[in-house]
Design a protein around this ligand. Sequence first.
Ligand SMILES: *Cc1c(COP(=O)(O)O)cnc(C)c1O
Length: 288
Amino acid sequence: MNQQTGAEVFFKCENLQRGGAFKFRGAYNAIKALSAQKSLKGVVAFSSGNHAQAVALAGREMKLKVVIVMPQDAPAVKITATRGYGAEVVLYDRAHQDREQITRDLAQSRGLEIVPPFDDAMIVAGQGTATKELIEEVGALDYLLVPCGGGGLLSGSAIAAQALSPGVRCIGVEPEAGDDVTRSFRCGSIQSVHNPDTIADGARTSAPGIITFPLIQHYVQDMLTVSDPQLLRTMFYLWERMKIMIEPTGALGAAALMEGLIDVHQKRVGVILSGGNADIKDLSRFLV
Ligand SMILES: *Cc1c(COP(=O)(O)O)cnc(C)c1O
């Protein structure tokens, strides 16, 4: 990788994290903070992806009731995995029901606290620990490349990076089709995107959050986008050459590096590989 890019590259391999993605960090931190309230009975979250598994795992760790709201048509493996972590899965009809409303109703009727996917101070702080660990281990960086969906990982990473490696250029990377944060960053107000068509399913969020966006504006130096073909090339390279099992969203930062979007010659570059829960059967349709 160093030879290919001319840089000194350091990966933070959150594909090896519990639950297969960095999301355990934020979920654990948020639920731990909630559990300081004595009356906490359990938690509820809506997600068909990595946040679901993270909340289920973290909740189980703290011996709490966990309910996850998922669409009926979520991949069976994900539903099974979430149940396997001990959570109760409540399914809803994507076409006719509002998942946020269902989540709020469940929270109300069963006395549960909602664990949001990204727009929450405790989630942001938890996600930032990946970068804290990286810089503590490898030292100061010139660049930090971070996948971005709703911006929880990016804002936490950028805060940690600026504190521990002042002057670092922290860059958020989104899929081209889901460029809501990039456009928001450029024009200075929250912009959204509707159902973006991209293989990076962890970054299909419609807009940055009201907590994450100002943090991104303040701590992040630039935003970039990569196309699905660029993501696939990077993902297959990481699989084949480096034996790193990564999912499309997890390859966003690495793709910006490998596809030469930034001049990193002789720079020290940190890359957050954010997750490894690839649906191999689904992705095999791109193999030629
Ligand atoms: C959720 C997720 C992201 C995006 O995180 P945000 O905090 O929403 O920006 C990136 N990569 C993976 C693997 C994810 O699961």
